[in-house]
Design a protein around this ligand. Structure first.
Ligand SMILES: N[C@@H](CCC(=O)N[C@@H](CS)C(=O)NCC(=O)O)C(=O)O
Length: 406
């Protein structure tokens, strides 16, 4: 006769119920340890036999069976120890409790404690809902047991085997000392059932120790995200001058004198100059409001302060104005595809700066409201000085206001 094999894993209530049922009936089973939750899962051989990959499963020669209730009933079939109930009504009641434990109590308990232990993803509302469901079912059990030692008749049945096996999961995780105090019938019942010889033979000598306090969810430690580096950081120190030196010149001298200093020090490998035009000048109304917009833009450029200098001006009069600026930025990374004002830049040196102006300006979420055009320091010098000194006319308009970023 072929040996009976039961597949499942240690501590699994459904596997345990099958093994205990076999002990009651005196059926010799070989317990083959298989755990779908372990690394590597159940393995190809198991899937070939039991395509759903779930446990428990039973095998006897060519006969294969899944579903915990079916397996335990099969093992208890001869009903030598009365596990299946003494009458038709008892048999149905036994099935009812076993089914309740397997299909209602276990899933709601598992959905309550598994996320708390990290075995399943944690979502507070789902855990709360599962807890509420489990508690409702457990209250029903507590009331039922107020007047009974066992769930059906006067001796242990398969209903008790399932209910007691599933309760382990609760006592190991969430049914803590406080809960036990409030539910003495269930505790007494569980202790009675699990101290029967067949349970003892499956569980071994170790006395179960219910938790003092329910497990609590501990959020995984968030890995500290490394602070994003500013793209200009990769450029290192400029070979010509630190931008602060020019900012100081500009602050302490008249702009023409500061520009003379820049004429001597400007190095197109270290820095590039950009014209900035607001895209929606048609929408501008009062110059002071436009100037506020310039201030806002500069505030949002703060993260690029080390790499940026410039002035953003309001030209014209109320309802006929434009926002135009000029910025000096760290990096010569003018994309070669861009046409410089007045023709190709002619520069053939590889870019050493950020891919283009974006690296500096996209720290401000509204930078896309502006057009940026590369300027040539030498040929556009007059325009640059005009904007930085707030003098002269640009596109026939004079400066109404301006905001310097330094
Ligand atoms: N309805 C099946 C459910 C079996 C089941 O879901 N077993 C769980 C362990 S208790 C399992 O194998 N889960 C693995 C998985 O979901 O991948 C039964 O009553 O036996």
């Amino acid at each position: 006769m072929s040996a009976v094999k039961v597949y499942g894993f240690e501590g699994n209530p459904r596997t345990r119920a099958a093994l205990v049922a076999a002990k009651y009936e005196g059926v010799d089973v070989e317990w083959v340890k298989v755990n779908p939750f372990a690394e590597g899962g159940v393995g190809a051989d198991y899937l070939a036999k039991f395509p759903l990959g779930l446990v428990p499963a039973l095998e006897k020669g060519d006969y294969k069976l899944t579903e915990a209730l079916a397996i335990a009933s099969y093992l208890a079939q001869e009903n030598k120890s009365g596990l299946l109930g003494a009458s038709k009504e008892d048999a149905a009641d036994v099935l009812r409790w076993a089914s309740w434990a397997n299909a209602d109590l276990l899933p709601s308990l598992a959905a309550w404690f598994r996320p708390l232990t990290g075995a399943a993803p944690y979502q507070k509302p789902a855990v709360e809902a599962a807890k509420a469901k489990a508690v409702k079912h457990l209250e029903y059990l507590e009331k039922t047991l107020a007047s009974r030692t066992f769930l059906v008749g006067e001796r242990v049945t398969l209903g008790d085997v399932f209910v007691a096996s599933v309760l382990f999961r609760g006592f190991e995780n969430v049914l803590d000392a406080e809960w036990r105090k409030a539910n003495p019938n269930t505790v007494r019942y569980w202790q009675t059932v699990i101290h029967q010889q067949p349970f003892f033979e499956v569980l071994g000598k170790v006395e179960p120790t219910p938790v003092e306090t329910a497990v609590v969810y501990t959020p995984p430690k968030k890995e500290a995200k490394p602070k994003a580096k500013h793209p200009c950081e990769a450029l290192g120190k400029p070979s010509s001058f630190p931008l602060d030196d020019f900012k100081r010149e500009y602050s302490n001298k008249d702009t023409p004198d500061a520009m003379k200093w820049l004429d001597e020090h400007f190095n197109a490998n270290d820095y590039s100059v950009w014209r900035c035009d607001f895209k929606y000048n048609d929408e501008l109304t009062l110059p002071f409001m436009s100037a506020n917009q310039c201030t806002g833009f500069h505030t949002r450029l703060e993260a690029s302060r080390k790499y940026l200098f410039g002035s953003l001006n309001v030209y014209g009069v109320a309802n006929a104005s434009k926002i135009i600026g000029v910025y000096l930025i760290r990096g010569n990374g003018t994309p070669r595809s861009l046409t410089l004002k007045g023709g190709e830049s002619g520069r053939t040196d590889p870019p050493t700066g950020p891919a283009d102006y974006k690296g500096v300006f996209d720290v401000a979420p509204d930078y896309e409201s502006y057009n940026f055009t590369p300027l040539d320091y030498k040929t556009d010098r007059e325009f640059i000085e005009k904007v930085w000194s707030w003098e002269g006319e640009v596109e026939g308009l004079t400066v109404a206001d301006g905001k310097v970023f330094k």
